[in-house]
Design a protein around this ligand. Structure first.
Ligand SMILES: *Cc1c(COP(=O)(O)O)cnc(C)c1O
Length: 430
């Protein structure tokens, strides 16, 4: 039987799984779904593998295939699946060399239906919305959450309301929300201010909130770890490296790993390495300096998916960093841009926030925190085509960091203008 439980260890208040609740009524803490697991690990592994042969939509989903590990629904008729998950684990020798590793594998969440890992969580959040009989869902987003929510709400027949900071969002992501038919509001405020606004609206109008504070999205994002472990025949890596914005994914990964060990699917817990952009690194600074958690008032980075000054899930993320003996690193705009070009050159490609992973690996191997021979899985969170403007500017030497500093196009690949002349072009090709 599943319950909602306050994450705060000094509270642990319990609520029904069907309560419409985003924070603890008693202490205001974050909530999580909790289960009493009673599984045979060997039987589960066999079941998950057999489901890959099945054409049942639930089994064909790379999220719902693992449904015993987030068993919060009492029936599955309220699930809307776009066959999310099913993302590849890609060996990338060129990127490994750049990162200072013998080898690295990218778990590429950009292969999802709307191009980011938000789909893993959204299919669960929307299932819960339907189970509760909600007609409207809402989120505030730097882009990928809204693109994902818009798609799943449309597929499920729900009304989607999206709130965006005016300006500073990638065009590709906004375009997705419009195409999927979501009502889209651009607000003259930053992410954190709009989140407060939408919470008020949700309460007032009975709208179901699908931001990452929603515990069911976190449940779905656990499947990224389960699928990765399944693809490795349940051999846990030494490290899992991922970018950190609101820190929902960090929370989901840590919970997935702890539960996988509790059930006996894995024997050891990999260390988490969370990478933030230097201009939006409140979690990094908190871990490094200690003291009170302090939000960054004006978060800045071209990696808009991790441009978060006041990450809602930091208490969960802190717990998971400790539980996994993890580390938090920050990287500059130049480091992100260079790493992104390297992921591209490896034939893989990703959006800017995702590239923070490889930039972070390079820094952590240089410091000796991650050993050259370590077994590392790096999570690429979003698709290359999410932010084509960034790519064009980089390769043509026009990319500027927030504040105006030029980003050096160290690995630029400029388009060349040529005359309509076969001989001249043949000469150029050489
Ligand atoms: C949402 C998102 C992130 C940040 O994930 P959090 O869970 O907010 O830390 C990173 N990269 C991409 C592409 C995203 O869409």
């Amino acid at each position: 039987m599943a319950e909602l439980v306050c994450f705060d260890p000094s509270c642990r208040e319990r609520y029904a799984i069907t309560d419409v609740l985003y924070n603890c009524r008693r202490c205001g803490g974050l909530l999580e779904a909790a289960y009493q697991f009673d599984h045979d690990a060997g039987r589960l592994k066999k079941l998950f593998r057999e489901r890959r042969m099945s054409n049942d939509p639930l089994d064909a989903s790379g999220v719902w295939r693992y449904r015993e590990l987030f068993d919060f629904l009492d029936h599955y008729s309220c699930v809307t699946t776009l066959r999310e998950g099913n993302t590849p684990l890609l060996e990338a020798p060129l990127a490994a060399a750049y990162g200072g590793l013998d080898r690295v594998a990218f778990k590429h969440q950009g292969f999802n239906p709307t191009g980011s890992f938000k789909d893993n969580g959204m299919t669960c959040g929307v299932a819960q919305a339907r189970r509760l009989g909600m007609r409207r869902v809402a989120c505030v987003s730097t882009g990928n959450t809204s693109a994902s929510m818009a798609a799943y709400a449309a597929a499920a027949g729900l009304e989607a309301l999206i709130f965006l900071p005016h300006g500073n969002i990638s065009f590709g992501k906004l375009a997705q929300s419009l195409e999927y038919g979501a009502r889209t509001f651009q607000v003259e405020a930053n992410f954190d201010q709009i989140l407060a606004l939408v919470r008020t609206l949700a309460e007032k109008m009975g709208i179901y909130l699908l931001n990452s504070v929603n515990p069911f999205r976190i449940e779905g994002q656990k499947s990224i770890v389960f699928e990765m472990l399944d693809q490795r025949d349940w051999r846990a890596p030494d490290w899992i490296v991922l970018p950190g914005g609101n820190l929902g994914n960090t929370s989901a990964f840590g919970k997935a790993l702890r539960e996988a060990r509790e059930i006996g699917l894995i024997g050891t817990i990999p260390r988490l390495a969370v990478i933030q952009a230097a201009g939006s690194a409140p979690f990094h600074d908190f871990i490094e300096n200690g003291g009170e958690f302090r939000a960054v008032e004006k978060p800045e980075t071209l990696a808009t998916a991790i441009r978060i000054g006041d990450p809602v899930s930091w208490p969960k993320a802190l717990y998971e960093i400790r539980a996994s003996r993890g580390v938090v690193e920050k990287v500059s705009e130049q480091e992100i841009a260079d790493a992104k070009a390297q992921v591209g050159r490896a034939g893989i490609g990703c959006e800017p926030a995702s590239a923070a992973t490889l930039a972070g690996i390079r820094k952590l191997t240089a410091k000796g925190v991650i050993a050259r021979g370590a077994d590392v899985v790096a999570v690429l969170t979003g698709n290359l085509l999410k932010d084509p403007d960034y790519i064009y500017r980089y390769h043509t030497g026009q990319l500027q960091a927030p504040g105006g500093a030029k980003i050096e196009p160290r690995f630029a690949n400029r388009p060349v203008v040529v005359p309509n002349d076969a001989d001249r072009i043949a000469e150029l090709i050489g």
